[in-house]
Write a protein of this length. Structure first.
Lengths: 160, 131
């Protein structure tokens, strides 16, 4: 029987960043687990070109390249956004999301769907941090920012 | 310091110029079938604070952010036939005292009156929303 992946336990949907694939894997040593994420979306879209032919009343299409992106919204954590100088084993954690984005540094990432336990599924790849747009207001009381990872190349699936 | 004690402290300061009105830090409990503010007229009583918490932001790692609303009532009963000439100033000072609480997202202050026999009772409600 089909069963939806439940994320309400608080340890299923995990975004991890690092300088190597092993570090950025779910549960990877020194990986930066982005905290206080409100939602995360993985977008994978093939590029297509449509064309018409005289013998068909419907258009046809062929694919070009995949365009992949991970987007998320988060409540801002000071260390995560501005960096923690003591986390020297992972420059993403050391410098923070802003500086890593500003430096246009390519990073490794993973999006865990089922947690970080053995055989749990996740997607991973490399890319660039973008889309940071921190905003604050008295009504929302805390800093909130969107963010994205513009994926460079393929998204791959794997298990922990 | 609790919200209640801060409020009592500020009300004490704000009413210092009104010799006919005092404040009592006791809770307005019922004594002999009547609340203390009804027995001891011209004395402000501040009730116990009530706190309501609700989740404001839900995050995937369970690091949720809560919103807390603290509500406190204060009571003042006085003679309805011969009110103090500066009763409006007293009311104003009681409302302004509610501004003492800081780091709030929202503050609401209001009062309502009820007249029974020859006694008018002012019930003030202070509500503070914090994150």
């Amino acid at each position: 029987m089909a069963q939806a992946i439940n994320v309400t336990s608080g340890s299923q949907a995990i975004l991890t960043l690092g300088t190597t694939a092993a570090m950025a894997a779910p549960g990877g040593t020194d990986g930066l687990v982005v905290p206080l994420v409100q939602d995360v979306s993985v977008s994978t879209q093939p590029g297509t070109v449509r064309y018409s032919t005289l013998d068909s009343t419907s258009s046809s299409a062929f694919t070009t390249v995949m365009e992949n992106e991970v987007s998320f919204n988060m409540l801002l954590d000071e260390d995560t956004f501005f960096g923690n100088a003591s986390l020297t084993n992972n420059s993403v954690a050391e410098l923070g999301l802003f500086t890593t984005s500003n430096n246009k540094t390519e990073i490794h990432f993973s999006v865990a769907f089922e947690g970080a336990d053995s055989t749990d599924n996740y997607l991973h790849g490399t890319g660039f941090i973008g889309g940071l747009a921190p905003n604050a207001s008295l009504e929302q009381a805390v800093w909130i920012s969107s963010g994205s990872i513009i994926v460079n190349g393929d998204l791959s699936k794997d298990t922990v | 310091m609790s919200v209640r004690s801060d409020l009592i402290s500020q009300i004490t300061t704000n009413l210092s110029g009104h010799s006919n009105i005092s404040i009592n830090s006791e809770l307005p409990f019922i004594q002999g079938g009547n609340p203390l503010y009804s027995t001891n007229m011209n004395t402000v009583y501040v009730d116990e604070q009530e706190i309501e918490r609700e989740t404001l932001y839900v995050t995937l790692d369970g690091g949720n952010v809560e919103q807390s609303t603290t509500t406190i009532n204060a009571y003042l009963a006085t003679d309805a036939k011969e009110q103090f000439s500066d009763i409006n100033t007293v009311i104003s000072n009681l409302l302004i005292a509610g501004d003492v609480i800081s780091n709030t997202v929202d503050v609401e202050k209001s009062y309502e009156t009820e007249i029974a026999d020859d006694v008018i009772t002012y019930t003030f409600e202070y509500s503070y929303t914090t994150i």
